[in-house]
Ligand binder design. Structure first.
Ligand code: NDP
Ligand code: 8X3
Length: 252
């Protein structure tokens, strides 16, 4: 079977980077995306020993940049089979009454509108061929609301709704749509949420075994390797120590 082409947003760290490594080892050609060009180049060089890799650096908030970057792909890369909408972050953890409007804009623009822009740019090749697979990375925060999670949770509830909506609208086109909703995964996520505060970020993952990027990458691979007649529609995955968005058994 010829290699499928997978486009991964947010491939410069965490879940996206782990997914790139896993898919490189399992017969996928990769289009790696993110804003940090140095990291993209480093990963491209590393993974080229296993598969064909190309990179696109764009800001998912900028619709024009998203469209022109994806349109700039050489013909050999245009037939994207798999889209992994992973780029996203939380910005801040504040009560609604004191939350920053800039943080709210960032989360809605990146997690919701960015996902829509990338999907819009990639879908024509999938609908034309009546095949493809879209995986949206949601979150336990898109299933449960927690204190101070307000806008991040809203953005991930939106991802959940969009995933369901895409599955319905793309049903006629034979396109698989999967939502994967992780609990606590140790990545750069908390460093971004807490604006570079390393101590506060590390503390989130202290006293228990969190999920790692590889755990989600494994699930993505599993989802992508089901037979043609099977779609994994919705997956919630937590560390064993986590029972809900806020119940985590910590040994500290
Ligand atoms: P990381 O911070 O490690 O990775 C985030 C990725 O998103 C980076 O590659 C970053 O690349 C990219 N990104 C962020 N903002 C933008 C932007 N404006 N334009 C383009 N790319 C952007 O976090 P995770 O790996 O944990 O997060 C990946 C996804 O998983 C997110 O959607 C997150 O909400 C979700 N998630 C994370 C959980 C966790 O506990 N870690 C749990 C549940 C879901 P660059 O900065 O180079 O642009
Ligand atoms: C990231 C997981 O619990 O920090 O989506 O919101 S959580």
């Amino acid at each position: 079977m010829s290699k499928r082409i997978a486009l991964i947003t947010g491939a410069t760290s965490g879940i996206g980077e782990a997914t790139a490594r896993t898919l490189a080892a399992h017969n996928f050609k990769l289009i790696l995306c993110g804003r940090r060009r140095d990291r993209l180049q480093k990963l491209e060089t590393e993974l080229q020993q296993y598969t064909e890799v190309t990179t696109l650096s764009f800001e998912v908030r900028n619709q024009r940049e998203v469209m022109s970057s994806i349109a700039s792909l050489p013909d050999a890369w245009k037939s994207i089979d798999v889209l992994i909408n992973n780029a996203g972050n939380a910005h801040g953890l504040d009560p609604i009454q004191t939350g920053s409007v800039d943080d709210w804009d960032a989360m809605m623009d990146i997690n919701v509108k960015g996902l829509l822009y990338v999907t819009k740019a990639v879908l024509p090749v999938m609908t034309k061929r009546n095949s493809g697979h879209i995986i949206n990375i949601g979150s336990i925060a898109g299933k449960e609301v927690y204190a101070n999670g307000n806008v991040y949770c809203a953005s991930k509830f939106a991802v959940d709704a969009l995933t369901k909506g895409m599955r319905i609208d793309l049903n006629a086109h034979n396109i698989k749509v999967t939502g994967i909703h992780p609990g606590l995964v140790e990545t750069e996520f908390s460093l971004v949420r807490f604006k570079g505060d390393e101590a506060r970020s590390k503390n989130v993952y202290k006293g228990f075994d969190p999920l790692m990027g590889n755990d989600i990458a494994d699930l993505i691979l599993f989802t992508l390797t089901r037979p043609a007649h099977v779609v994994i529609a919705d997956l919630v995955v937590l560390p064993t120590a986590q029972a809900s968005a806020t119940v985590v058994k910590k040994n500290i």
